[in-house]
Write a protein that binds this ligand. Structure first.
Ligand code: RIB
Length: 318
């Protein structure tokens, strides 16, 4: 099986459903509360394993009930947890998530144990990273640790994928990190944060992809929800259409996309084919509530990818 290592965050998600998100200073009533296993690293690791890859997770959880649930869920999904550190001095990361009636969300993350991931954790995972085909990274752990993982993965000739989520507040990523990244996978708002360019229309999306390439990353996969995916590489640019689904919750749709993309690239598929298949995974994640429960299995992704782009209203996708 193709080997993928995910270095990233693990959270417990506290999710409230609301008709609309509140204004500043306003109190509103919600209509549902759930807790889910989440965190972009955790979600992408599970998505990748369900998409058919052999996956190892590198990160930190607290020595608490949330951490236990997360590690049990990862193992059940088949993710190797040898390099998942239980940190006695910090609680497991948490995310406060509001999901509105349109399925859109707003998220506040308190990193806790995720903030303590270091380059030493990356070194301790050397046997996994050095044997990986793909290393998948996000930005919910300290940038130094992300850069150390990217550097180590690059030296081991793995394909390094960076999902720059959440985007840094100042829109800046260190050049040294970008030099080690093979493929960057931002959404519209992350692309805007990193380039200052609005990808709201086709011209803007193409300019944003070009600007990202100018930052030093040769391959860009820009996920644009119901508008599809723009892939830019040395063959030029190509739009891949979104899959039509009825979206109830877009949480973790980007994670489903990234995990599926990593699995298929690790399995030897070319970038455009892998991104098109991953778009089906992202679309499926929109059709179910929560992060981990929404991440699809390989057979479901295959099925939607085969049925193509005809079924249902186009409410959302990647
Ligand atoms: O991408 C969705 C994830 O973002 C949630 O699971 C939440 O934990 C935050 O990390």
């Amino acid at each position: 099986m193709a080997r993928v290592v995910v270095v990233g965050s693990l959270n417990c998600d506290f999710v409230v459903r609301v008709a609309r998100r509140p204004e500043t200073g306003e109190t509103i009533m919600g209509n549902r509360f759930d807790t889910f296993v989440g965190g972009k690293g955790n979600n992408q690791a599970i998505a990748c394993a369900r998409a058919g890859a052999e996956v190892s997770m590198v990160g930190r959880i607290g020595d608490d009930a949330f951490g236990e649930t997360i590690s049990r869920t990862l193992r059940t999904a088949g993710v190797r947890c040898d390099h998942l550190v239980v940190d006695a001095d910090a609680g497991t990361g948490i995310a406060d998530i509001q999901v509105d009636d349109a399925g859109n969300n707003a998220i506040v993350v308190v990193p806790r144990a995720n903030a303590k991931v270091t380059g030493s954790d990356v070194d301790a995972a050397a046997e996994a990273i050095d044997g990986a085909a793909v290393v998948l990274l996000q930005l919910e752990i300290p940038l130094d640790a992300v850069a150390a993982a990217a550097r180590r993965a690059k030296a081991a000739a793995a394909t390094v994928i960076l999902n720059p989520a959440p985007a840094p507040a100042d829109g800046q990523l260190p050049e040294a990190l970008l030099r080690s990244v093979d493929i960057i996978v931002p959404n519209e708002s992350e692309a805007r944060a990193l380039t200052g360019i609005d990808a709201q229309n086709e011209e803007g999306a193409r300019s944003a992809a070009k600007a990202l390439q100018a930052l030093g990353v040769a391959r860009v996969v820009l996920t644009l929800g119901e508008r599809g995916v723009l892939v830019a590489d040395d063959r030029g640019m190509e739009w891949l259409p979104a899959f039509r689904v009825h979206a109830v919750d877009t949480t973790a749709a980007g994670d489903a996309f990234c995990g599926a993309l990593a699995a298929r690239l690790a399995g030897g598929l070319a970038l455009r084919e892998a991104a098109s298949w991953a778009a089906a995974a992202g679309a499926l994640a929109c059709t179910r509530h929560g992060a981990e429960p929404s991440l699809p299995m390989r057979a479901e992704i295959d099925d939607l990818a085969r049925r193509g782009h005809e079924a249902g209203p186009r409410d959302g996708a990647t």
